[in-house]
Write a protein that binds this ligand. Structure first.
Ligand code: FES
Length: 144
């Protein structure tokens, strides 16, 4: 089995059994976003303790790539400080699933959850740490 087969299998597995799928009780911040091309949407809930993301879950609907990238992103995000979560890049997500050469039309599928995470962080930081808010909003806006 070559690496492309392994990545394909990972995407299929995550789409059938997404990681960290569901809702958090009493999240500290939640954000909803949608892919304007297909109407698929996800919500992301974060629990934040002492500037550390102690838990994260997502729910909603999306294609296999969207579900796999959302799963991987939540796995990467859990346990990170807010600063470290802010620096998660699109390549961090795409590389986990061998999607670095994804067609432009599928990029929005792959990055919907990252955009949702960045906007959730923006919302939280706006409410709690106003000095960092503007730069984070620019990061989220520049993802696509
Ligand atoms: Fe809707 Fe991929 S086709 S998120």
């Amino acid at each position: 089995m070559d690496s492309r087969d392994i990545y394909h299998e990972m995407i299929v597995d995550y789409s059938r059994n997404p990681a960290n799928f569901g809702r958090l009780e009493n999240p500290d911040v939640t954000h909803h976003d949608a892919n304007p091309l297909c109407g698929d949407s996800i919500d992301m809930d974060l629990k934040i303790d002492d500037s550390v993301i102690s838990d994260v879950k997502f729910h909603g609907r999306g294609c296999a790539i969207c579900m796999a990238c959302s799963s991987v992103l939540t796995e990467i995000t859990k346990g990170k400080t807010l600063d470290d979560a802010r620096s998660i890049s699109k390549n961090d997500v795409l590389e986990e699933l061998g999607l670095e050469r994804l067609q432009a039309i599928r990029i929005k599928c792959a990055l919907l959850s990252l955009k949702t995470l960045k906007m959730a962080l923006y919302k939280y930081i706006t409410e709690h740490m106003t000095e960092d808010a503007d730069s984070l909003k620019d990061e989220a806006a520049g993802l696509y």
